[in-house]
Write a protein that binds this ligand. Structure first.
Ligand code: HEC
Ligand code: HEC
Length: 280
């Protein structure tokens, strides 16, 4: 008798939910409310802690898109919570040690709820990756980048760039390189900007311009255009300028058509390194 009554109540609730446009959630009312509340706090923790790198809707940016049906490195919620807790070493993604386990679980809930068909994925899919590969070769991108060991390593290796970056960031890296100076590709602290162009002038007025490799309180290491690495003792320098508005990489905004650019981004997005895992 009691069971019948509660069944009747829940089917009335069910009808009410349908009536108000909420889809047939087979959960009792209280659970529906708390699920919504958890999702909502997951969303606000996500906006505060993740959105600047993964995009407000999970479309990706400096970090890869999270609005995907499967996350290779976070196949389940436990793995997702673990990744947030530890961060990813050698990348800009640090630990979110200040969040409680409960908050991390709420974020995981929210990340799972993101629609897989985000705008960013649509952008990735717009181009043709095999044409993009031809553009990559024709434009000589391999003069500075390596992909699976081929090319020259003056700039970052791109073998796994598709698993590290979202399409919006890839576009920016190609049309406005200084805006996308990468953080945390090397073993330096994750707020260290890699490939920063610097200009040092020593006591005798000799200037060296190149890419900063390392820097601490007293010393800086610079790799010049010929690939020669020099270390300077900073108190000995007349001046040291960090050129945040420059990159070794020129902008391709005027060289590539919209179509070439879409194809190139689609090609880069396929470089996830997953084909390598099978080999090793
Ligand atoms: C400062 C930027 C930054 C912030 C903030 C950040 N991430 Fe990341 N995240 C990255 C980058 C970059 C990568 C790719 C790392 C790599 O592979 O080198 C990444 C990778 C990931 C991955 C792995 C995806 C896969 O391919 O399986 C997950 C999951 C993830 N982040 C979730 C989060 C969540 C959730 C938050 C918020 C708690 C967060 N990240 C905050 C930059 C960030
Ligand atoms: C003269 C050397 C040079 C050439 C040529 C070059 N790049 Fe770059 N690229 C760099 C450097 C250096 C960086 C590091 C960030 C910066 O300085 O902008 C970089 C960064 C990138 C990034 C961001 C990588 C990351 O993980 O943050 C992408 C993507 C990229 N380049 C793609 C390309 C493509 C595509 C081409 C050809 C159309 C190309 N590059 C040509 C030197 C070059």
């Amino acid at each position: 008798m009691r069971r019948q009554r509660s069944a009747a109540r829940s089917s009335a609730l069910h009808a009410a939910l349908l009536f108000f446009g909420l889809h047939a959630a087979p959960l009792p009312a209280q659970d529906v409310v708390s699920h919504e509340a958890e999702l909502e706090s997951g969303r606000s923790h996500y906006i505060a802690n993740c959105a600047r790198c993964h995009g407000v809707n999970g479309g990706g940016g400096e970090g890869p898109p999270l609005a995907r049906s499967t996350l290779p490195r976070a196949p389940d919620d436990a793995a997702l919570v673990r990744i947030m807790r530890t961060g990813i070493s050698g990348s800009a993604m640090g630990s979110t040690w200040w969040l409680s386990r409960e908050s991390l679980e709420q974020i995981a809930l929210f990340v799972r709820s993101l629609a897989p068909a985000s705008a960013d994925e649509a952008e990735t899919l717009r181009g043709d990756p095999s044409r993009g590969r031809t553009v990559f070769e024709a434009e000589g991108c391999d003069r500075c980048h390596t992909v699976r060991g081929f090319g020259t390593g003056r700039g970052p290796d791109l073998t796994t760039v598709g698993s590290r970056r979202g399409a919006s960031y890839l576009r920016e890296a190609i049309v406005d390189p200084p805006a996308a100076l990468p953080r945390g590709l090397t073993a330096m602290p994750s707020d260290f900007v890699d490939y920063l162009v610097v200009r040092a002038v020593d006591r005798d007025g000799r200037a060296v311009r190149g890419v900063r490799l390392n820097e601490d309180t007293y010393t800086i290491q610079i790799k010049d255009a010929r690939g020669v690495i020099r270390t300077f003792y900073k108190p000995d320098l007349q001046s040291l300028d960090r050129e945040f508005d420059r990159s070794l990489m020129q902008s391709y905004a005027d060289r590539l058509s919209e179509e070439d650019l879409d194809d190139l981004i689609a090609y880069l997005a396929t470089l996830t390194g997953s084909e390598l895992r099978g080999i090793s």
